[in-house]
Design a binder for this molecule. Structure first.
Ligand code: PMV
Length: 331
């Protein structure tokens, strides 16, 4: 089964553009229960379900149009990107799925307001916004499930960035991944806050795709990961329904640490933490011991994402003055 087979099934027949150009926005997302490991590398099918929160106003706006040049063109935040650059090659590889018989090429302009230095995965909002913009350009009129499946084939976690708020990505069982898409949860949590603590903006030693693969192949602890995820998903959904912050925070933090434990137990080991990441964790634990309801999560990088509620924002901003505070459910 190839990505092209799936695209042909979802979009039939290939169409001419409905409009000259189209723009769409998608937010970045941070997983409270992580996606770590693929069961199908080609289609980006995960080993487990996962659950995230979209960051509302932090994301990517993408404008797409067909153009008459022989090759695709990409600009990021107003700067033309060389066609040989990694980002351009990755995007063109994805656009190959939509060129049709005439092998059309595209011009793509993206604008992100994501603090890149904070190590947020901008590929998730980039692919989700590109898929939404292509949907408008060609007038496919696809629903959320199909858009999520298409975005997933660009970057796994992009399937969650199709939506705002809390989002669950269903693992599915089908070999073709047609039941493997994300859906929004109906609950909101206006008092919830995230704080992005930037420890380093240096390029990661190993990307998440390669690190997940190595974990699956060599980590003896990995077999316990799906068991942990199944429990954590139940806890998180209950915590969200009951607005139980301590349960949400504790489950998200423990899930992130378990993911990192599988990476550390991989060979050769994958350790994204820097001494400052560990110092930040100790600081959080000290504050929590003193009664402050503050938790964290971390992704495939050294930066720390704080989880707290509005009532404690002042104290947390004082302690972490460099942190960028995000309101995932703006009023
Ligand atoms: O979608 P990818 O390939 O960027 O992988 C994302 C992996 C994590 O960010 C570590 C976890 C997650 O669920 O977002």
């Amino acid at each position: 089964m190839t990505k092209q087979d799936i695209v042909n099934r979802l979009i039939d027949p290939p169409r001419q553009p409905a409009v000259e150009s189209a723009s769409a926005y998608a937010p970045v997302n941070i997983a409270l229960c992580k996606y770590w490991g693929k069961r199908d590398e080609e289609l980006n099918l995960p080993v487990t379900s996962s659950l995230s929160i979209s960051l509302a106003g932090k994301g990517t706006e993408t404008k797409v149009a067909l153009h008459d040049e022989p090759h695709d063109a990409l600009s990021i935040n107003g700067n033309e990107v060389s066609p040989t650059a990694k980002a351009a090659q990755r995007m063109s590889g994805f656009l190959d799925l939509f060129r049709g018989e005439r092998q059309r090429s595209f011009r793509v302009e993206t604008e992100s307001n994501i603090p890149i230095a904070a190590g947020l995965a901008s590929s998730a909002s980039a692919f989700a916004s590109l898929v939404k913009a292509l949907n408008d350009l060609f007038g496919w009129a696809l629903g959320g499930q199909s858009l999520s499946i298409l975005a997933r084939m660009g970057s796994g976690s992009a399937c969650r960035s199709v939506y705002d708020g809390f989002v669950e990505w269903h693992v599915g069982v089908a070999e073709d991944g047609m039941d493997c898409f994300a859906e929004p949860l109906e609950q909101t949590w206006p008092a919830l806050r995230l704080g992005l603590v930037t420890v380093s903006d240096a390029e990661k030693p190993i990307g998440s795709r390669a690190a997940m693969k190595r974990t699956r192949e060599t980590c003896a602890l990995y077999e316990s990961w799906p068991v942990k995820v199944a429990d954590d998903l139940i806890c998180l959904k209950e915590a969200i329904r009951e607005r139980d912050f301590e349960r949400l925070g504790a489950t998200a933090e423990s899930n992130a640490l378990a993911m990192h434990a599988t990476m550390i137990a991989t060979w050769p080991p994958v350790l994204y933490w820097l001494p400052e990441s560990v110092a930040t964790m100790h600081r959080i634990w000290e504050l929590r011991d003193k009664g402050l309801p503050l938790y964290f999560t971390m992704d495939a990088g050294p930066n720390v994402k704080l989880l707290f509620e509005e009532a404690h924002a002042e104290e947390i901003v004082d302690t972490f003055p460099g942190a960028e505070i995000i309101v995932p459910f703006p009023s």
